[in-house]
Design a protein around this ligand. Sequence first.
Ligand code: ADP
Length: 472
Amino acid sequence: MPFAKKIKLHRTLSFRLTLWYGIVFSLTSCLAFLFFYVLITTSLRQRLDSRLSDKISEFEAIYNLQGLEDVKSAALIESQAAGEKKIFFRLLYASGVAFSSSNMTYWQEIGINRNAVGQLVEGRSRVYETLTIPGRPDRVRIAYGIIGKGVVAQLGYSMENDTAFIAIFKKIFLITMSALILTAVLVGWFMARRALSGVEAVTRTARQISESDLSRRVPITAHHEEIDRLAVTFNQMLDRIERLVVGIREMGDNIAHDLKSPVARIRGLAEISISGASSAGDDLTLAGSTIEECDRLLDMINTMLMISKSDAGAGDVSMEPVNMADVVRGAIALFAPLAEDKGLSLSCDIPDRLMVRGDLKMLQRAVTNVVDNAIKYTPAPGNIDIHGFHDKDVEMINVSIKDSGIGIDAEDLPKIFNRFFRCDQSRAAGGFGLGLSLARAIAHVHGGEIHVESSLGVGSVFTFSLPRTQSR
Ligand code: ADP
């Protein structure tokens, strides 16, 4: 798949999520290790210090009870018993000069810290220091303490336990961290893939759709709430796109179909004119018919433009207070002669003021379209009753146009507001099937609606509901 080849791994969300997971996991593990390391080495140090301190206290007791010579021999025995490479001692004057020690051959590099001795003289009971001897793995912990008047003991202990612990700790750290990082990466990758699998399903569907199958939908898995919400939104968007595409296709077909006959008629009229078969009087009639056909076409095109404008929203629509009662009375004045000619009675029951906010011309157009239909689809003898009222419960102005005409089949009823839709039984009457779409688009742009109730052979009622305004 060419699409898949273009994906760079390091730029994928899965990779980044895994990387972040790995980094956070490793850092947390390192911190945990560091915490344990500090805890254990501190406790080892404290144990060693208390051992050294105890030993100095022991020497102090011997000094007080038995004298300096016994301290010297006790210290010698101690260093020989523990091992001369493990422990050493020195006895110093308060000036920092040594006057006795264990075998110091192994500890030659270790001097006397006069600063530490100074601190003892100033009153501290113990002073500790840690020294590293170049070339030796084990460090040395040294303690200073006063054991008698003017006598200081310096005691050193090899920290081989520390060294062994650090070596083991290093090994455990390396092995555990490698295993943890590997696990973190695997788990992170698995989790990222699982979390993003829904997104991939959406992507796959989008790709299939872009390759022309508009009827496909993203499956809803009910595993991930967020992904499902994305899928539902995506599917809703597809439903709308599909409806629009089907609508555009149907409209294209209808326009082509409805343009064909008038254009063919215009062409026929023109052919007769140029064939020379007509007289001068006929030519005038032909030109008149051509103008009539052109007007019908222009009317259709203008109506379509008006529907599009209304559908697009209220941007260009002027919103002024309009009295719907006047609009209805205007329509009645316009259509009364036509209704009378056809043998229909046209009645009206409407209060003086039914104020809405909107575009007067558009509202007039919407009402006349519906009244025109009522007259067109009602055979004589018949009635058309217009009733207007203010519905106080919902603060809406309702205008209903009721006729006793041919009615609309229940199957056709949901479609009559579609552009270019015409019921079969009304094909004989002139029209493009745009009047009701325009009426509905105008109602919508005014924040209202138009409803229809109808039964075949009995009649229809079309009702406009528009939000009432208080003004004027
Ligand atoms: P048209 O130009 O065909 O009148 P409309 O959009 O105004 O287009 O109406 C669409 C279709 O709805 C009409 O063709 C007709 O079949 C049906 N219709 C509209 N009004 C009525 C009515 N009052 N009685 C019966 N049928 C109607």
